[in-house]
Each structure stands twice: as structure tokens, then as C-alpha cells.
Design a protein around this ligand. Structure first.
Ligand code: NDP
Ligand code: 2IT
Length: 471
């Protein structure tokens, strides 16, 4: 017999360990319709579990089939990307754009170039993006795209040829009022430049069609730094609301890309001590702290030489490199003793075993810089053990928020100052934190900000969908 939510009372706390019949049945249906997309199912389940009390209280969301609509992207585009390497060999990759929701504005979200990219991964990211973008309070819908192309080890010319071939098709589906892509893993300033240049050439139009552009040709100041800075701002808000401070805290950071490096920068600014960074080969541990001088060296290594993080240990005394490639059981980075942890590399990089290691070491806070870096079990273990948990869709929203500000500046054909954008970013992050805290408390979830983020953003998107009719 099919169960409805009518008889389900709001649960007082978010345990996440036992699924209600409603969640169970809904997820089974989504699974059957979306086979072999585990990351997408994981992201949907996390949202559905925490909005169950909202659905129980509001028949209008159930009657309007809001959830059923949200798990079906408005449009999915896949296409062939053919390009030639420097030796003349032809390569074929797959390109995608998942246009998940245009309820609150044009589709908005990054492009990921990484060999692990699949439709399921991009659907999870696009789904998360709907809610993240809603939390920013800016008029942006949700989307995500990318390719299984691996830019690692490729020359600038090869990356340019790939980007141009990718844009030959993508340009049909995007536009400043339709869909505005940006960067993500493997897509930074270089790639956005090549993509923008080719779009402009194909369409004979200089517009705000991409964000993360160079600051002297339409990009916003602070966009590069925004995600990492915002993550640390969100963590500082969580600590402050719970009577603590980020100052003096020893912090673990994973990844060594855009998000991780700017999180380290902001941690230093606020007087904390970041001691780790990583890439897919392993992690470095520097007990003396990764200060601004060392960080400047890493930025050069990563951006100019496209080097590996292991080189840090060979340069700075007292730092060590620990190889982790091929180890899927747990990540030894999370075994280092610290007060706070910032997973900033990729999805599912912190599992239950890692969460246990953090709790054993008295870690007080985990704040997600990456999208869904904690497994469901990992996140639940942390929350149950009273670790303050900052969910990615709220904590890393600073990047897309400044992308939204870049769109606004492009529309006005103006550029705001660094201070102006930075102040707006801080204000937005504080507002996001307050929305999460208020929604969590309203529904009896205490300081479970993951539940709060889902409830606050779902309500906003769902109300917009009801207003706009059956589309
Ligand atoms: P970058 O490409 O700049 O850096 C990614 C980093 O993560 C690299 O150090 C990379 O190591 C590591 N990494 C990537 N994939 C894996 C993997 N499968 N296993 C181990 N390490 C991996 O990306 P970003 O910093 O931009 O993105 C990091 C995370 O933050 C992603 O989850 C992204 O979705 C999220 N995010 C990004 C935003 C942005 O504005 N850029 C905004 C919000 C969220 P290696 O070099 O070895 O691949
Ligand atoms: O996951 C994300 O929020 C991003 N990769 C940034 C998206 C954007 O449009 O700036």
C-alpha cells in the first residue's frame, strides 16, 4: 500500500539512521527511475529526509507534487566533444548541461572537467545547486554541467581547443538571461577565459554569459576568493552562535584548488591555524601552520606551474607528505589532531570512519567547502556526536553568491570595489547562516544546520513553484 505523509508527525531530531516509510518509498521510486546514479540518490535522500516535517505540515507542497518535480531536471543536454591534441590525435569526450530549476532565476551553476564526471554526478550537483542558490537570496535558478575531459597534464593549447569545441555546442543552450555557467573542479580562470572568448566569437555578443571572468573583462572582484572566504565566514558564524571563536583553532583542510586555498587564506586572516592541504595523490601536514607566505608559494605552484601539493613538503622544513592514492577505505588526513575540519576537495571524501577519527580527536566543527564531501553516514555521525556541521549547500554558497553579484554588475555595466563585494559577501553568508539556524529551530532540529538549510531553501523554491503553476 502506498503511504502518504498525512499521518507522519514532525520528528523532534534528525537521526537519519532509520528512514520513514514515506522517504523509503520516495527514494525507491527515484532510484528506479535513475539507475546507477548513486550520488544523485544520496543528495535527494539527504534533502527529502529533512524536509519530511515540512511536507507533513503543508499539504499544498504534496498536492503540487513539488518533490516529484524537483527530482526531474527541467532539461538535460548531452553532446559529443571532439578535439585534437598537440600530436594530432583525435579525442572524443562527452559534454553535459543539466538545467535543474529556473524557478528563482536563470539556471546558474558551475562546469566541472574531471574524468569522474557522469550524468549522475552532475545531476547531484545541479540538484544541490537549486537549494544553494535559493539560500543566497539572489535571483538565480540551479544548473550544472561539464565533461569527462581531464585537463591535467594538457597544454594550454589543448585545453583551449577542448573549451572551444565544448562551447560550439553549449552556446546553443546558454545566455545571460537563460543559463549562466561558471567554474568548478578543473574549470578555473584559464578555462572560463577560453570558453568566454569562443562564445563571444560565435555569438558576436559581449554579455554576462559566464561568471568567474577576468576582472579586467567583466569579472567581479572577490569571485575567485569568494567560496573559500565564505566557507570560513560560515564556520565563524556557527562557532559564534555556539559561544566559541575561530581564532586560535587548528584546522584541517583538504584539496588544494580554488576553494581550499582561499579557505586557508581566510583562516589565516581570522587568526586560525590551517595545517593540511591535499590533492588526489596525498596530503601535506605542516604543524607550524600554512601561513600567508607559504600560501603564496602554493598559489604560484598550482596556478603557474600546475604542480602537485607533495612539492610543499620538499620546500618547507617540518612539513610532511603522506601518500593516499588508491586508499578508499578512509582518508588519513582526517586522523590529524585539530579543532575544525574543512573538506574542500570533492564528494564523499569524508566517511563514517573519518568522522569517528575526528570525533576521537575532539574536533568541534566540520564545515563543507566541497559539494557533499561527507558521506551520509559520515555527516550523521558528526551531527549525532554534537560536532557543529556546516552543510555544503549553505557553507560554500559564497562562490555562487558572488557569481550572482557578477551578473548584476554585468547587467549594469559597472564594477564594484573589492570592499563593496566583500561586504556584500559577508552579509549574504551571515544571512544564509541565520536562515539555516532559524529554520532548524522552527522545526525542532536544534542546531542541525543541514536540516535548516534544506528546510529554508526548499520552502523558498516550493513557494515559487506553486506561484508559477504546473510547469
Ligand atoms: P579545483 O579544481 O580548483 O580543485 C580541486 C581540488 O580537489 C584539487 O586539489 C584536486 O586534486 C582535488 N580533487 C578533485 N577531485 C578529487 C578526487 N576525486 N579525489 C581526490 N582529490 C580530488 O576545484 P574547486 O576548488 O573549485 O572545487 C572543490 C570543491 O568545491 C568541489 O566539490 C566543487 O564542486 C566545490 N565548489 C566549488 C566552488 C567554486 O567556486 N569553485 C563553489 C562551491 C563549491 P587533483 O589536482 O589531484 O585532482
Ligand atoms: O558549486 C558551486 O556553487 C560552483 N561551482 C559555483 C557556481 C557558480 O555559478 O558560481
Amino acid at each position: 500500500m502506498a503511504h502518504t505523509l498525512l499521518d507522519i508527525a514532525p520528528r523532534p531530531s534528525h537521526t537519519g539512521t532509520t528512514m520513514s516509510t514515506f522517504v523509503d518509498e520516495f527514494i525507491s521510486r527515484v532510484e528506479a527511475k535513475n539507475p546507477a546514479q548513486p550520488e544523485f540518490i544520496q543528495a535527494v535522500q539527504e534533502v527529502v529526509e529533512s524536509i519530511e516535517p515540512v511536507l507533513a505540515k503543508n499539504t499544498k507542497y504534496r498536492d503540487a507534487k513539488i518533490l516529484d518535480r524537483l527530482v526531474e531536471p527541467e532539461r538535460v543536454i548531452t553532446f559529443r566533444v571532439v578535439w585534437t591534441d598537440d600530436s594530432g590525435e583525435i579525442h572524443v569526450n562527452r559534454g553535459y548541461r543539466v538545467q535543474a530549476s529556473s524557478t528563482l532565476g536563470p539556471y546558474k551553476g558551475g562546469l566541472r572537467f574531471h574524468p569522474t564526471v557522469t550524468l549522475g554526478v552532475l545531476k547531484f550537483l545541479a540538484f544541490e545547486q537549486i537549494f544553494k542558490n535559493a539560500l543566497t537570496g539572489l535571483p538565480i535558478g540551479g544548473g550544472k554541467g561539464g565533461s569527462d575531459f581531464d585537463p591535467k597534464g594538457r597544454s594550454n593549447d589543448e585545453v583551449m581547443r577542448f573549451c572551444q569545441s565544448f562551447m560550439n555546442e553549449l552556446q546553443r543552450h546558454i545566455g545571460p538571461d537563460t543559463d549562466v555557467p561558471a567554474g568548478d573542479i578543473g574549470v578555473g580562470g584559464r578555462e572560463i577565459g577560453y570558453l568566454f572568448g569562443h562564445y563571444k566569437r560565435l555569438r558576436n555578443e559581449f554579455s554576462g554569459v559566464l561568471t568567474g571572468k577576468g576582472v579586467n573583462w567583466g569579472g567581479s572582484l572577490i569571485r575567485t576568493e569568494a567560496t573559500g572566504y565564505g566557507v570560513v565566514c560560515f564556520a565563524a558564524e556557527m562557532l559564534q552562535a555556539n559561544g566559541k571563536s575561530i581564532e586560535g583553532k587548528t584546522c584541517l583542510v583538504s584539496g588544494s584548488g580554488n576553494v581550499a586555498l582561499h579557505a586557508v587564506e581566510e583562516l589565516n586572516t581570522l587568526g586560525a591555524k590551517p595545517v593540511t592541504l591535499s590533492d588526489s595523490d596525498g596530503f601535506i601536514y605542516d604543524p607550524a601552520g600554512i601561513n600567508q607566505e607559504k600560501l603564496d608559494w602554493i598559489k604560484k605552484l598550482k596556478l603557474e606551474q600546475r604542480g602537485r601539493i607533495s612539492e610543499y613538503a620538499a620546500t618547507f622544513n617540518g612539513a610532511t607528505f603522506h601518500k593516499t592514492s588508491g586508499n578508499h577505505d578512509h582518508n588519513p588526513l582526517w586522523k590529524q589532531k585539530a579543532d575544525c575540519a574543512f573538506p574542500c576537495a570533492t564528494q564523499n571524501e569524508l566517511n563514517e570512519k573519518d568522522a569517528k577519527a575526528l570525533v576521537e580527536n575532539n574536533c568541534q566543527l566540520v564545515c563543507e567547502g566541497a559539494n557533499m564531501p561527507c558521506t551520509a553516514d559520515g555527516a550523521h555521525y558528526l551531527i549525532q556526536n554534537k560536532v557543529l556541521f556546516g552543510p555544503g549547500k549553505a557553507a560554500n554558497a559564497g562562490g555562487v553568491a558572488v557569481s550572482g553579484l557578477e551578473m548584476a554588475q554585468n547587467s549594469m555595466r559597472l564594477s564594484w570595489t573589492r570592499e563593496d563585494v566583500q561586504d556584500r559577501l559577508k552579509m549574504i553568508m551571515k544571512r544564509i547562516f541565520n536562515q539555516c539556524a532559524d529554520a532548524a529551530s522552527e522545526y525542532g532540529f536544534g542546531n542541525n544546520y543541514a536540516a535548516g538549510a534544506n528546510i529554508a531553501s526548499f520552502t523558498k523554491v516550493a513557494n515559487g513553484m506553486i506561484d508559477q503553476g504546473h510547469v
